[in-house]
Ligand binder design. Structure first.
Ligand code: CMP
Length: 140
């Protein structure tokens, strides 16, 4: 499988509970390398732009308000099959469905406040990485 990069976001529910290190350990233990990382606070407008694909969903307002409610850690993870591997490490969107040992099973509070975001495909990963990072900030 090819080496890939994927975008990850540690969400406000997790930064609030000081879980950045524990979540990063899950990525690194799975063989994913954190090749870029920064802690920022999104504005509501920035969150709306990032999640524009969900703009027609009933939870769009709740989602974007939550994502702007506190600091997030945006990061680029690199590794073999990184997009899929990260999705495995995160677990299902709804923590009730997440497999034991996954980030969402251990840390997520609800389907909305689910601790992490990860790109769903290599094409979206490229777009999402470019949303937050310049090429100079990616150090593999
Ligand atoms: P994420 O991977 O960041 O992509 C879109 C997000 O929408 C998803 O994780 C969930 O956190 C959120 N989401 C999905 N369904 C719901 C819902 N029913 N209510 C609130 N948020 C949701």
């Amino acid at each position: 499988m090819a080496t890939e990069r994927t975008l990850s976001i540690i969400k406000p529910d997790a930064t609030r509970r000081n879980l950045t290190g524990k979540i990063n350990a899950k990525f690194e233990d799975a063989g994913l390398r954190i090749v870029a990382q920064k802690r920022i606070q999104l504005t509501k407008a920035q969150a709306e732009k990032f999640y524009a694909v969900h703009s027609a969903r009933p939870f769009f307002g709740e989602l974007t308000e939550f994502m702007a409610s506190g600091p997030v850690v945006v990061q680029v993870l690199e590794g073999e099959g990184a997009v899929l591997k990260n999705r495995e490490v995160m677990g299902a969107t709804n923590p009730k469905d997440a497999a034991p040992g996954t980030i969402r099973a251990e840390f997520a509070e609800s389907v909305g406040e689910n601790s992490v975001h990860g790109s769903d495909a290599p094409e979206t990963a490229a777009e999402e990485i470019a949303f937050f990072f310049s090429g100079l900030e990616l150090v593999g």
